[in-house]
Design a protein around this ligand. Structure first.
Ligand SMILES: [Ca+2]
Length: 483
């Protein structure tokens, strides 16, 4: 070998060695890290700008770097069934977990399921979780195994002071300010930030579950101060008589929360104070999300970490005469989402195709799995094709379930609701984003209606006993007796 070629070989050797060392220092050879942030009861007001009064500067900034999916919907419109579905990969129509309350993970279908974190671990990841994650009680050891450093059986924790906890039937107790460190969202963000500053030997899947903007609407004073209560406007989506054209079952359903509605709206001033509480907590959640995003930006994982930000379900602030989630209409079903994919050409873009939180697990399998498939069937469909091309063909609508036979199907332009007695609603989102005019009876839309109806599953599981199971049964009996 000539002297020249020995020299070249040596140079090549050092280049390869340096590359290998560089890659090792980046913690993950060819796998992305994932930071998955889930807020609680965050509707589209700030995230999707459907109510421009709500300030969410950190989400706005994140959206400039990410691909936004404003038409993302939950598998079921409440914390526990939504999280159970998207973390297990089992849709509510197969598990029967449609409502809050009761158990779920001790039922065999879910117990035997390999959940999202377990799959990530098998795919070679370290998994971390802080804050509100599963919601439904899952085996303590399994939670601890799934999420390093998680406290509490349901992946909650640290638990908030009782002042910040929800009192059923009393979501709002007036403006009550407390210091930052009183809030689990702050403490959990601190811990996530610390993890991002730590050397990671393996790729990581890190989940940060916020409690806000979920009620009670307590937060640090400066977030209330962002809103002048006298200037707050009643939401555009509120319309006094938009429930007149609903099916009987839907009307009876709305009546179950009428007292709640009347109490909050008894004076306009009180309603505005309620709105300020939600808006302030929305901005507080935005602030904590911003802290975590800044920490990621300053970390060495900034360039190889996928970031997903979304909520477990949406929330009505008076629309359809409700102050609640637990419904199949847009405000409750929407879970606005944005995804940062390193190197994406579509930063700052928007994909308006209808997607579902149920689609996240298969998407992670696609992006992070290196061919590792889940052990059991998971529902949903990978949205990787949309991350690659936001205008790609996407025929699949997004489905939200609220009990056996209670189903809502959202295409890019329409929402179709189907009830167990066969009654229906249809809304055209091109002209009616607040779903004020039910056009199910308009024959011009028959084709669209029957197309969407074809996605109603032939079989749906009976409800696992939960907070709404008996109530829904009684409503069905009451309405069918009248008909
Ligand atoms: Ca929730």
């Amino acid at each position: 070998m000539s002297r020249e070629s020995v020299r070249s070989t040596r140079i090549l050797f050092f280049v390869i060695l340096s590359l290998l060392l560089f890659t090792a220092c980046q913690n993950n050879t060819d796998q992305y890290n994932v930071l998955f942030i889930v807020a609680d009861d965050m509707n589209g007001y700030g995230f999707n700008k459907t109510n421009p009064q709500v300030l969410s500067p950190n989400l706005d900034k994140f959206k400039e770097t990410a691909l936004s999916f404003p038409n993302t919907y939950c598998p079921a419109p409440a914390c526990s069934p939504s999280r159970t579905a998207f973390l297990s990969g089992v849709s509510p129509h197969r598990s029967g977990k449609y409502y809050n309350g009761g158990t779920a993970w001790d039922k065999s279908l879910l117990m035997e399921q390999e959940n999202m974190m377990e799959w990530f671990q098998r795919a070679g990841y370290n998994t971390y979780g802080k804050g509100k994650l599963f919601h439904s009680k899952i085996d303590k050891k399994r939670v601890e195994d799934n999420f390093m450093g998680t406290t509490g059986r349901a992946g909650f924790g640290p638990f908030p002071d009782s002042l910040h906890r929800v009192i059923p039937g009393n979501r709002f107790r007036g403006m009550q300010a407390f210091p930052d460190q009183d809030f689990p969202d702050v403490v959990n963000a601190d811990q996530i930030i610390e993890l991002l500053q730590t050397d990671q030997e393996k790729p990581f899947f890190m989940m940060y579950g916020l409690w806000r903007p979920h009620s009670p609407y307590t937060c640090p004073q400066r977030f209330y101060d962002m809103y002048n209560v006298d200037e707050i406007e009643i939401p555009d989506g509120f319309y006094k008589n938009d429930t007149a054209d609903l099916p009987e079952l839907a009307k009876a359903f709305i009546d179950t929360k009428r007292d709640d509605f009347q109490k909050i709206t008894s004076t306009e001033k009180q309603w505005k104070e309620y709105l300020r509480g939600y808006f302030a907590c929305y901005s507080f959640a935005d602030y904590n999300i911003g802290r975590v995003l800044n920490a990621l930006k300053e970390s060495k994982y900034a360039d190889n970490t996928i970031v997903v930000i979304t909520s477990d379900n949406g929330f009505h602030m008076g629309e359809k005469n409700r102050f609640d989630k637990n419904s199949l209409w847009e405000l409750s079903a929407v879970t606005p989402m944005a995804i940062y994919l390193p190197g994406s050409k579509h930063s700052g873009g928007t994909c308006t195709k209808p997607v579902n939180l149920q689609d996240l697990f298969p998407t992670f399998v696609d992006l992070c799995g290196n061919g590792m498939k889940p052990l059991k069937t998971i529902d949903g469909k990978s949205i990787k094709p949309l991350l690659d091309n936001p205008n790609a063909e996407w025929e699949k609508p997004s489905i939200t379930y609220f009990g056996k036979g209670w189903i809502s199907i959202r295409s890019e332009n329409f929402r179709y609701l189907f009830y167990p007695d066969g009654s229906e609603e249809l809304y055209d989102h091109r002209t009616d984003i607040w779903e004020l005019k039910n056009i199910a009876g308009d024959s011009n839309f028959n084709e669209i209606k029957s197309h969407l109806k074809s996605f109603v599953p032939a079989e749906m599981a009976e409800s696992i006993p939960g907070r709404w199971t008996d109530m829904i049964k009684r409503l069905e009996e009451k309405v069918s007796a009248k008909e």
